[in-house]
Design a protein around this ligand. Structure first.
Ligand code: GLC
Length: 740
């Protein structure tokens, strides 16, 4: 390609280091454009073409190359054979582990344990960095209210506060306090922004989000990630209010740069710049390059519009060289923060970092804490192995080391998985006979030829443990479902098992909330395990046998029916809210009822308006009661902090953890506020019979929101505050925010 004479009048940017500024002043134009380009690796092979591209300075980053020696070779070319020796960013989707696989992020969110989430990210970074990966495309912090969307699996759930806290924990885990240290990698907050609001839960769909909702619900996790020092952001595929995020100047310049002062760089999603033409935002790829670059998108992932058109756009002054210098400077600065200029960038060609015992211990611990006990009728769980002769283990997910890993597993290895079956067999005394029947070839099977054997085994058992749910492929990117029942004939299998009259424990592995209402009454206990990762088996076995006590809480609402979606706890009240005294089921309506006889409220006639399980819900083997909810004062001004205290009493027979949650409601405001908003939470350990006082503090920031004029403000007036073990808590107090 003709390389135009260097047009650099390097924009002096006080924020860039001396090294970066010096590089910018020495770079030829094509080398600058090269830094804005990420190319796809060849999975362990370096073509001469790629080698030459790197040598000529046309490549700033490589994605999807994780073969250590290959990465070393690419870095050698970049640092030793190119004119300026600029190292490469090596990017990979390390979403919930690299080799040691942790629960899917939705499962990690169910732990409500920021420390564990951070540890998991740190381990993932250590393992990935050992092969030369220095950039991950995580955390995914899209608020996800729609379980039809396959990517809810990859998210941290429906709540802005929980997602913000856990997303920041992942950033800290990946990046550490100094990204240049070995084992740390750059994080990437994605997908900016509003991707989870995709219509009907179909991926890549249109999102129409009023600015007030965008600012109060979808943006807070990204703001927290920016404030936490996330090195990079990724623009979303989705069309946001008519302007696709990857060409949305308001989002990437006004919000991210001008309002938030974000200092990292923005990478596109895979070919999302090229897709602007498909969206109908641009005429051709030249326009796409111009639109995206001027909207603030610094690096192009895989498509080549920048490489093909930036030089011409500069010549025609449709793009400014100062902006090119700025983007290149941001990218070079991240490389500098990673220490890539000073390291030899030669990763050790060993697998020593993989599957360390400490890593497996953390994987088990977070898998244990991510499981949510949704039902436990008659205390069917835990199983007393000393008094049980026969456990019938049934189902397609009981012994499948691949499926338990979940979606977004590029580098996980099923052969390292410990399955539920193997863990139970190891954990139970030899006196317990554990029979195993898969019963279905896959979770989507409709053939019933394996039922007979499974039913025969179950009929002999003291307790039936069914491992059901979704294979990994049914969730994740582009894997959306219009019906979120248990797939295949699993419900039929459960019903047949129920006819045996034996205690049934349902262990559900899935990448989303499923509509369990059709079978919930057929089983005695339900343990929701999401896709728990490498150590699924030991975690679940410990919970089933009482070696561990369930403590997970739902990070997302479980609807009764798919038709209720979107259904989330922090909804607005509406002018005619649903109430039980106004609810009548369709089947109970008297014939020829007059039009207005049913009451007029926000309900569906064919299902109750409540969720099957609410946000924040999760049972324990023990029981907790909450009392003595007290406020330090009932009137606070803007400079004061409100202390909220509550006593948690473990009234059960087990020492156990409880996630204590604090919600508020701003009763009257210039823009309507949700009926509840999570503002604090604390995971506490309470010994059986003991009480624990938990104290939270609320300040003016906790009471603030974007109001009807898009101003971040707390408006004086009355608030409710609740504390409890789920968003359904009724333990309530009130206070007033007064001016002054
Ligand atoms: C994918 C995803 C994004 C991922 C990227 C690189 O399409 O949308 O989350 O990081 O491409 O694999």
């Amino acid at each position: 390609m003709h390389v135009a004479a260097d047009m650099a009048k390097v924009s002096s940017n006080p924020r860039f280091s001396e090294r970066v500024s010096q590089l910018l002043s020495n770079m030829h134009l094509h080398e600058k454009i090269g830094q804005l380009c990420q190319v796809s690796g060849c999975e362990g092979h370096v073509s001469e073409h790629l080698a030459q591209q790197v040598r000529d300075g046309w490549v700033g980053s490589v994605i999807n190359e994780v073969d250590g020696p290959t990465v070393n070779y690419l870095q050698h070319i970049a640092k030793q054979e190119s004119r300026l020796g600029i190292p490469l960013l090596i990017g990979r989707d390390v979403i919930h582990g690299f080799k040691t696989i942790f629960p899917i992020p939705l499962g990690q969110a169910a732990s409500w344990n920021a420390e564990l989430v951070e540890q998991a990210a740190r381990i993932a970074a250590l393992e990935a960095n050992s092969v030369g990966v220095n950039w991950t495309f995580a955390p995914m912090i899209d608020i996800s209210r729609d379980p039809r969307w396959g990517r809810i699996a990859e998210s941290l759930g429906e709540d802005p506060y929980l997602c913000s806290i856990l997303g920041a924990a992942m950033v800290d885990g990946f990046q550490g306090t100094d990204m240049s240290e070995s084992g740390q990698i750059a994080a990437c907050a994605k997908h900016f922004a509003g991707y989870g609001a995709t219509e009907s839960g179909r991926d890549y769909g249109t999102t129409n989000i009023p600015e007030n909702e965008l600012r109060n619900i979808y943006l807070p996790p990204f703001k927290m990630a920016s404030d936490s020092g996330a090195a990079t952001f990724m623009s979303s595929f989705s069309d946001l209010n008519g302007v696709p995020a990857s060409g949305n100047r308001w989002l990437m310049k006004k919000i991210l740069r001008e309002e938030w002062g974000f200092k990292g760089f923005v990478v596109s999603d895979w070919e999302s710049i090229y897709q602007l033409e498909i969206h109908g935002l641009t005429e051709n790829s030249r326009d796409s390059a111009q639109k995206a670059f001027n909207a603030g998108l610094d690096m192009e992932m895989v498509s080549t519009t920048y490489r093909e058109h930036l030089e011409e756009l500069l010549e025609t002054k449709q793009v400014d060289i100062a902006q090119v210098d700025h983007s290149v400077g941001l990218i070079l600065s991240v490389k500098e923060q990673l220490g890539l200029f000073d390291k030899d960038c030669q990763s050790p060609d060993t697998a020593d970092a993989f599957y360390q015992q400490e890593s497996l211990d953390v994987a088990k611990q977070i898998a244990t804490q991510s499981c949510v006990l949704l039902k436990n009728h008659n205390q069917t769980l835990p199983i007393n192995a000393q008094e049980t002769q026969h456990i019938a283990l049934i189902g397609p997910l009981a012994d499948d080391g691949f499926e338990q890993l979940g979606t977004w597993i590029f580098d996980g290895e099923p052969q390292h998985s410990v399955t539920i079956r193997s863990a139970l067999e190891s954990a139970c005394p030899s006196s317990v006979n554990i029979t195993y029947d898969r019963a279905m070839a896959t979770t989507r099977s409709y053939t019933t030829d394996l039922y007979a054997q499974a039913l025969a085994s179950a009929n002999q058992a003291d307790v039936i443990v069914m491992c059901v749910g979704e294979e990994a492929i049914l969730s994740g990117e582009a894997h959306c479902r219009a019906d979120i029942d248990l797939p295949g004939s699993q419900m039929e299998l459960i019903e047949k098992m129920a006819e045996l009259g034996k205690p049934i424990v349902l262990v559900v592995l899935a990448g989303r909330p499923l509509t369990l209402e059709p079978i919930i009454e057929k089983v005695d206990s339900v343990l929701y395990a999401w896709h728990p990762g490498t150590m699924a088996g030991p975690a679940i076995a410990d919970l089933l046998l009482g070696e561990a006590v369930p403590s997970g809480k739902l990070p997302v609402t479980f609807p009764r029916k798919v038709g209720q979606i979107p259904l989330y706890y922090n909804q607005k009240n509406s002018g005619k809210p649903a109430t039980n005294d106004q609810y009548i089921h369709m089947n109970d309506i008297p014939p020829r009822s007059p039009q207005t006889s049913l009451g007029m409220a926000a309900i569906h006639l064919d299902t109750h308006f409540s969720p099957l399980f609410e946000f924040g819900f999760g049972l324990s083997y023990s029981q907790f009661t909450y009392s003595q909810l007290t406020l330090s004062q009932h009137h606070i001004n803007r400079s004061e902090t409100l202390e909220v205290a509550v006593t948690v009493h473990n009234t059960g027979d087990w020492d156990a953890d409880e996630v204590v949650q604090l919600y508020i409601r701003d009763l009257v405001a210039s823009a309507t506020r949700p009926v509840k908003e999570l503002k604090q939470f604390s995971r506490v350990h309470v010994k059986r019979g003991e009480h624990k006082k938990v104290i939270f503090s609320l300040n003016i920031n906790d009471l603030s929101f974007y109001n009807d004029e898009m101003q971040w403000a707390a408006e004086s007036g009355h608030f409710h505050v609740w504390v409890g073990g789920s968003s359904a808590t009724t333990l309530q107090q009130g206070f007033e925010l007064i001016d002054g």
